[in-house]
Design a protein around this ligand. Structure first.
Ligand code: SDX
Length: 393
């Protein structure tokens, strides 16, 4: 009645869950957050609005947006004792290892009094998670480069605050956050915020279905996202482009990707769902050019990426397999131009996806029919047999 989608019973019987948050049509290359097309949100909205939309189901009024933004802003600082957690890691620890550990440890700081059956406490926990994840991500970066942590500020937007905490240094109190970078960062956050029931979101839902606290569930999602087949692909894609190095070496890698005996896959290409262009890749392709032009960065890697995309899109193998560039193909180029090391790329993905994860967690917890998750298996092992003493084996 309200334009909602309906599915035939057969679909729902095989689906892992029902959700009204994000809709993807892989064949059409469509991605909707609560019905709004991702390209319109990336162009016209900002991350705070999108976070409100994912959490609450509709775009906020001006007053709701101000209240929500202030709530998030005023919870960006982490408990001071959390600073000590970082010191337990080696300086060269991968920032994703730090993220899994520190976000999981939030359970010890913010969970003891949390009743997840209380809607108000769920909202507070969700706001805390969204507010503190940029601070923790920036702290992970600062720790890895041996610089002091920079505290969040209340006079900055979500993206500005994150860039300030990441690249600001105490001796330059007035670190100037470039509007170009802040706008690109905000757009990247929007594009990565949610994506239906991907591996990491399903991990968060499965962990949450047992009643585990939301902070531990988000840590589980971060662990799943880390894999190179999933969120780790942006880091792997940039490493692949660096390894290719020049346009003339592209055919060699295309051949490797097509060789069934070679485990190599083109990072940033293909998708479990999209058998058409990932709509996020289209937005990022345009954004990559804008950011590099505006920053005056002439990165030969962008030329390699564009030529690789052109060749792959014309190659009969990729056409037959319906392999297109995905969200990770261009994001790494933009993030590199913005000054992030490759190890931080998946951290940024996790930062943005935390809003989608916590929205999906809340939707699951609020579902009165929700039971503990129990994925089925197809048993392929031995039939029943009797024990054999060791001397008879
Ligand atoms: C993300 O699910 C999500 O929504 C995830 C995500 C999100 O927002 O949460 O969108 C984020 O994870 C994007 C994907 C990032 N990963 C990468 O870029 C890594 C490289 N791509 C892949 O490893 C691969 O494409 C997957 C894992 C993404 C999908 O793998 P599938 O499900 O096996 O892909 P498929 O079934 O469509 O493959 C069809 C064929 C297969 O060959 P055959 O078995 O038919 O002979 O294409 C081959 C695959 O082997 N293939 C590739 C390829 N991806 C698939 N061949 C070369 N290079 C590739 N990248």
């Amino acid at each position: 009645t309200t334009g909602k989608f309906t599915y035939d019973p057969g679909f729902t019987s095989t689906a892992s869950c029902e959700s009204s948050i994000t809709y993807i049509d892989g064949d059409e290359g469509t991605l909707l957050y609560r019905g709004y097309p991702i390209d319109q949100l990336a162009e016209k909205s900002d991350f705070m609005e999108v976070a409100y939309l994912l959490l609450n189901g509709d775009l906020p009024t001006a007053e709701e947006k101000t209240d929500f933004s202030n709530t998030i802003t005023y919870h960006t600082m982490v408990h001071d004792q959390m600073n000590s957690l970082f010191k337990g890691f080696r300086r060269d620890a991968h920032p994703m290892a730090i993220m899994v550990g520190v976000v999981g440890a939030m359970s010890a700081f913010y969970h003891d009094s949390l009743d997840i059956n209380d809607p108000l406490q769920r909202k507070i926990a969700s706001h805390r998670m969204i507010a503190k994840i940029p601070t923790i991500a920036a702290m992970a970066y600062k720790y890895s480069v041996g610089q002091p942590f920079v505290y969040p500020r209340n006079d900055m937007t979500y993206a500005e605050n994150f860039l300030h905490m990441t690249f600001g240094v105490p001796q330059c109190e007035e670190y100037h956050v470039s509007p170009i970078l802040a706008n690109a960062m905000d757009k990247i956050f929007i594009l990565h915020a949610d994506h239906e029931q991907n591996a990491s979101t399903s991990t968060v839902r499965l962990a949450g279905s047992s009643g585990a606290n939301p902070f531990a569930c988000i840590a589980a999602g971060i662990a799943s996202l880390w894999g190179p087949a999933h969120g780790g692909a942006n880091e792997a894609c940039l490493n692949m482009l660096e390894e290719i190095g020049t346009v003339d070496r592209i055919p060699e890698y295309i051949a490797k990707a097509k060789d069934k005996n070679d485990p190599f896959r083109l990072m940033g290409f293909g998708h479990r769902v999209y058998k058409n262009f990932d709509p996020r890749a289209k937005v990022l392709a345009q954004s990559a050019k804008e950011v590099l032009d505006e920053l005056g960065v002439n990165d030969p890697m962008l030329d390699v990426a564009r030529e690789l995309e052109r060749i792959a899109l014309e190659d009969p193998y990729f056409i037959e397999k319906k392999l297109y560039p995905n969200v990770d193909f261009y994001s790494g180029i933009i993030l590199k131009a913005m000054g992030f090391p490759t190890e931080m790329f998946t951290v940024l993905f996790a930062l943005a996806r935390t809003t989608g994860w916590i929205s999906q967690w809340g939707e699951m917890i609020e579902d009165p029919t929700q039971k503990i998750g129990r994925p089925r298996q197809l048993f392929t092992g031995d039939k029943k047999r009797d024990y054999v003493e060791v001397e008879n084996r």
